[in-house]
Ligand binder design. Structure first.
Ligand SMILES: C[S@@+](CC[C@H](N)C(=O)[O-])C[C@H]1O[C@@H](n2cnc3c(N)ncnc32)[C@H](O)[C@@H]1O
Length: 238
């Protein structure tokens, strides 16, 4: 019988072949994370080290095996809860040396319009890190910008996420930070200077509303590049 009551929690089901992760992602990580992905991961490490959310509890949404998380990051918190549907990723994440305070939860906070409200209610004292997932899934019912602003105003949260992806190589890949008046075209012009650019738009530009945001290039394969945005919002912003 299917439980359709309003209180039924949307639950993460095990996903071995999820398009946002799964076996293909582990194979890519095995191949690329020590070289092709290393500069991008160094940028993620700098973003995370600058993020001091002032909470002892952390929820990470979509950490996979933690390939992008620097050594020691999980140990910064007294309790870390990971929401991750990939069983292989969970197995690998739990075996990191800094994972002694790691637990897993099955809440799917991204599947329904009230998912982030359920996340906020279940983890009232936690900071939340969306770990390269919000650009991978369509937002349910409203944009991610609206859902985050509506449901997580009392939580410090941060996210790095795909903004666009393309098969055109960038002419420059130095990470940068921009302020409020920069448009997406302005940001793209910092990395792609020549000719016309054909992109897949992941509908996440300026995910945190106002405030500075960081950008970096992630060459996910030798022939495909993602522009990744970093935003961090304090509790009570706006
Ligand atoms: C693109 S991968 C990012 C992996 C890793 N955080 C990184 O930066 O390399 C997206 C991850 O989100 C997970 N995922 C997919 N749907 C999810 C959901 N509804 N809630 C939490 N995680 C989800 C996938 O299993 C995958 O591990």
């Amino acid at each position: 019988m299917t439980d359709t009551s309003a209180s039924a929690l949307p639950t993460l089901r095990d996903q071995f072949l999820d398009p946002t992760g799964g076996l293909v992602y582990h194979l890519r990580a095995a191949r690329h994370r020590r070289r092709l992905w290393a500069p991008f991961h160094a940028t993620v490490a700098r973003w995370l080290s600058s993020w001091q959310p002032g909470r002892t509890q952390l929820v990470i949404v979509g950490p996979n095996a933690g390939y992008a998380l620097p050594a020691g990051f999980l140990a910064r918190f007294e309790r870390v809860t990971a929401l991750e549907p990939d069983p292989i990723a969970r197995w690998l994440l739990a075996r990191r040396p800094d994972a002694s305070r790691l637990v897993f939860d099955r809440l799917d906070c991204l599947a329904t319009p009230d998912g982030l409200a359920r996340l906020a209610a279940r983890f009232p004292d936690a900071a939340v890190l969306f770990s390269n997932i919000l650009g991978q899934l369509d937002a349910p019912g409203a944009s991610w910008v609206e859902l985050l602003a509506r449901h997580l105003p009392a939580h410090p949260w941060a996210s790095y996420h795909d903004v666009i992806s393309t098969t055109t190589p960038p002419t420059r890949d130095t990470p940068c930070t921009v302020t409020d008046d920069a448009t997406l075209d302005d940001v793209l012009a910092k990395f792609w200077r020549d000719g016309t650019l054909t992109v897949t738009d992941h509908a996440t530009f300026r995910l945190g509303g106002a405030g500075p945001q960081g950008y970096a290039i992630w060459p996910i394969t030798p022939r495909r590049w993602h522009l990744v945005e970093w935003v961090a919002r304090p509790a009570g912003a706006d």
